[in-house]
Design a protein around this ligand. Structure first.
Ligand code: FAD
Ligand code: GLY
Length: 382
């Protein structure tokens, strides 16, 4: 007699930070969870990121995405410490904060605008004159005019966070199927309503009561039998390159932004600089022009950057939905199908709040997180 396939409560497509964090939360609640990952866990955008948790440095106004980012940022200290207990891995959550530099007259306008809306909204933002900023980071360019400081815009080591999430999820009982590609979602009609019942993968069929799409920039390539389901999300790859160098004394300790680039210090003497933003399809090339432009812009922040030894270059694909907002919530027409994708430039930052929201949707059918702006129904045909 052939064995019937294991029945899971939740099958998650994609083992990036988003998929792993949701899996962990669901397994903690006692669900039987499988993560299907085409390659190795966390080797795509989640590996490529800078690990910055910086809503004030990245947002242009206090919109829905900004509020979601701030809510997730507020969860990070506890999230990092819970992850350490659950995995034994310290994700290097650092709280020195972020500096945002004005280096030109044009930058003055951009910083002034940022200061106005953030100060008016009562956010924790400080104005620093050039001397004060250089006391914090002596290697900053002499052209510095003034700076903003965001004391609550922190950082985490995203590569360690993948290891920690993977270990925490496994410790909670999650099954990981790696080197396994999801080919199709299995959907049946029951009592006049469509219901997801599992997945067809390159290693066979998986039966599951719910399916969560956390496939990053590949989310819109997933298909059901009808071939029509997921492309409507229009999640596309936005290519970003990065350069890491070995830092020399005095080490940089803050994330430092200009209007054109950022540098991120990691423990262990590594400084990361980024990034570019291009449409190269799904190709992940590292280009001479891309790296040269990052180095030029990093030198504007830290003139000594050009003398430092390059230790690594890489690229990754940010998952961007048609309107640039994350896609978090249940499908309007297929019961049991939930999306957690399109996190674009902020997926590391948004990991704790996404895992909370999606696990609440699966466990309680609704979330305490305000998700209306991020609902997948915004892509449904009218
Ligand atoms: P991914 O990490 O891409 O994971 C998706 C996974 O799904 C992949 O592992 C893939 O192999 C798998 N998959 C896809 N299709 C299938 C299939 N059919 N079957 C099985 N598996 C499949 N965010 C921040 O918050 N802070 C930052 O500082 C930051 N910096 C960034 C810098 C760069 C250069 C880039 C590229 C991104 C940056 N981001 C940052 C954004 C962040 O990296 C992403 O938003 C986040 O990693 C998305 O996570 P994810 O799990 O959705 O996607
Ligand atoms: N959030 C940084 C980036 O996407 O480059």
């Amino acid at each position: 007699m052939s064995e019937s396939p294991t029945q899971f409560d939740s099958a998650i497509v994609g083992g990036g930070v988003i998929g792993c964090a949701i899996a962990w939360r669901l397994a903690q609640a006692g669900m039987k969870v499988v993560v299907i990952e085409r390659g190795d866990v966390g080797r795509e955008a989640s590996h490529a990121a800078g690990g910055m948790l910086v809503p004030l440095a990245e947002a242009d106004d206090a919109d829905d995405l900004f509020h979601l980012c701030v809510a997730s940022r507020a969860m990070y200290a506890d999230f990092a410490s819970e992850l350490k207990s659950a995995s034994g891995i310290d994700v290097e959550y650092r709280t020195e904060g972020t500096l945002y530099l004005s280096l030109t007259e044009h930058d003055d306008e951009e910083l002034e605008r940022r200061w106005q809306w953030q100060h008016a909204a009562g956010l924790n933002v400080k104005r620093l004159n050039a001397d004060c900023a250089r006391k914090l980071e002596p290697q900053i360019n002499d052209k510095l005019r003034w700076a903003l400081k965001f004391p609550d815009d922190h950082q985490v080591n995203n590569r360690l966070m993948i290891d920690a999430l993977h270990a925490a999820a496994q410790n909670a009982g999650v099954e990981f199927q790696t080197q396994a590609e999801v080919e199709r979602l299995l959907i049946e009609s029951r009592a006049g309503r469509k219901q997801v019942v599992g997945l067809s993968t390159s290693r066979g069929e998986i039966r599951s009561k719910t399916v969560i799409v956390a496939a990053g920039c590949w989310s819109s390539l997933l298909k059901s039998e009808s071939e029509t389901l997921l492309p409507a999300l229009k999640v596309e790859p936005v290519h970003g390159q990065m350069v890491a160098v070995a830092m020399i004394a005095p080490p940089v300790s803050h994330i430092i932004y200009s209007c054109r680039a950022y540098v991120v210090p990691r423990l262990g003497g590594v400084l990361i600089a980024g990034s570019t933003s291009d449409k190269f399809g799904f190709e992940k090339r590292v280009t001479a022009d891309g790296i040269a432009s990052i180095i030029e812009r990093a030198k504007e922040i830290l003139p000594g950057f050009g003398n430092l030894t390059i230790t690594e270059t890489w690229s990754g694909l940010r998952p961007r939905a048609g309107d640039g907002l994350p896609v978090i919530g249940a499908d309007a027409s297929v019961a049991g199908l939930v999306y957690a994708t399109g996190h674009y430039r902020n997926g590391i930052l948004l990991t704790p709040v996404t895992a909370k929201a999606v696990s609440e949707i699966i466990l309680k059918s609704e979330s305490t997180v305000s998700l209306s702006a991020f609902s997948p129904t915004r892509f449904s045909p009218q």
